[in-house]
Design a protein around this ligand. Structure first.
Ligand code: FES
Ligand SMILES: [Fe+2]
Length: 376
């Protein structure tokens, strides 16, 4: 996001503040069918999409240097990512060609990948390095790991779990410059956690896509820091961005426009199809990813925090920040979402309503539905 873009966005915020008219709005409310959150058939279609659509596996630092690997789940597939000696990111199904064991779990650095079952080894380019006691396999083809499409761009890594799929050259769909300027490639993974909650996987995404709820649900926690109003919405293809304003935005009123700082007074929320929320908050990045659990009323959620490599803040500071983040989203947002999910399953109503002041929410859900239709 260059300086002109920052100032243009701040102009829009100031116009809202001056007019006292609240957040960016669209012309029509959006009616979202409840069965998008309860139907097994819909979840199966979503799972199919998540199993082959390009999906963000993490920021570049999940593979911090050549010779590192990371096991991740993409859709329902076990995937192993590697960064080879040349720094190139590669992705494979994490499935040994001998008897199918997962080659690795977790992440780390290694000279090769070694299957924990019978010890076959693979190079970081996926090729088979050696079979233990190779004489017993004489004449068998030296099959390597099954390669998956992957792309690293502007500090983000995309993977598709479908070996036959392809990843578009510009998955950010016009937001390349904005994301590049955040310097995500210069952030290190501080920590990450994964947990299961009794809510549809899209409710996890939805809760980050509007600030309308902040003044009520987060009255005691986030509301003192950010405005429920004065948020901006912009679409970038099927992705979307919300610029949220912090209460300190009033500091702009005492400064000439050319000196308006952007990041101290804003939080940027990106909805990146199909299942990622990237939040850039002042000086660090938060990644929320969600995927279906065993049924439509269950999700598996991963929360990660990435901090600048050259941060002068202590690990204690970042850990406190992370713990607070997880506690607030879990005890306020996700608890509320669990009630919503129970309500959905009660059959009380056939649709819910996204107000004209919730444009990113409507955009994300509409575009996800379009992706499902295109995928059928
Ligand atoms: S399953 Fe991997 S070496 Fe046997
Ligand atoms: Fe919230």
């Amino acid at each position: 996001m260059d300086r002109d873009t920052q100032l243009a966005l701040l102009d829009r915020v100031q116009a809202h503040r001056t007019a006292g008219r609240g957040t960016d709005a669209v012309s029509e409310v959006h009616r979202q069918p409840v069965d998008a959150y309860t139907s097994v058939e819909r979840m199966d279609r979503e799972q199919t999409l998540l199993n082959h659509a390009p999906t963000i596996a993490g920021l570049s630092d999940i593979l911090p240097q050549p010779g590192t690997y990371a096991a991740v789940t993409v859709g329902t597939a076990p995937v192993v990512l590697t960064r080879d000696a040349d720094g190139q990111v590669r992705a494979f199904l994490n499935v040994c060609r001998h008897r199918g064991a997962e080659i690795t779990t977790g992440c780390g650095a290694a000279a090769m990948l070694t299957c924990p079952y019978h010890g076959w080894t693979y190079h970081f380019d996926g090729s088979l390095a050696a079979r233990r006691r190779p004489a017993y396999f004489e004449g068998e083809a030296d099959d390597g790991l099954v390669a998956l499409p992957t792309l690293e761009q502007h500090g983000l890594i995309w993977v598709s779990a479908d070996p036959t799929a392809s990843i578009p050259a510009e998955p950010l769909q016009g937001a390349e410059q904005d994301l590049r300027e955040l310097g995500l490639a210069d952030h290190r993974l501080f920590t990450s956690t994964t947990f299961t909650r009794p809510i549809n996987w899209k409710l996890v995404i939805d809760t980050f896509l509007e600030v309308y709820h902040v003044g009520v649900l987060h009255k005691a926690t986030i509301d003192p820091l950010i405005h429920s109003d004065f948020a901006l919405f912009d679409a970038f293809g099927s992705n979307g961005r919300m610029v949220v304003t912090r209460r300190s935005i009033s500091d702009l009123d005492t400064l000439p426009r050319t000196e308006w700082p952007f990041f101290p007074h804003t939080t940027i929320v990106w909805a990146l199809q199909p299942n990622t929320i990237l939040i850039y908050q002042q000086d660090h990045a938060q990644l929320y990813q969600s995927r279906p659990g065993a049924h439509p009323g269950e999700s598996i959620i991963t929360v990660s925090v990435y901090v600048p490599r050259d941060t002068t803040r202590s690990d204690e500071h970042w850990q406190k920040n992370f713990d607070l983040l997880v506690e607030v989203t879990d005890s306020e947002d996700f608890v509320t979402c669990a009630g919503i999910q129970r309500g959905f399953e009660s059959g009380a109503q056939e649709h819910i309503t996204f107000g004209t002041n919730e444009p990113l929410l409507a955009h994300y859900e509409r575009e996800l539905t379009n992706l499902l239709v295109a995928d059928d």
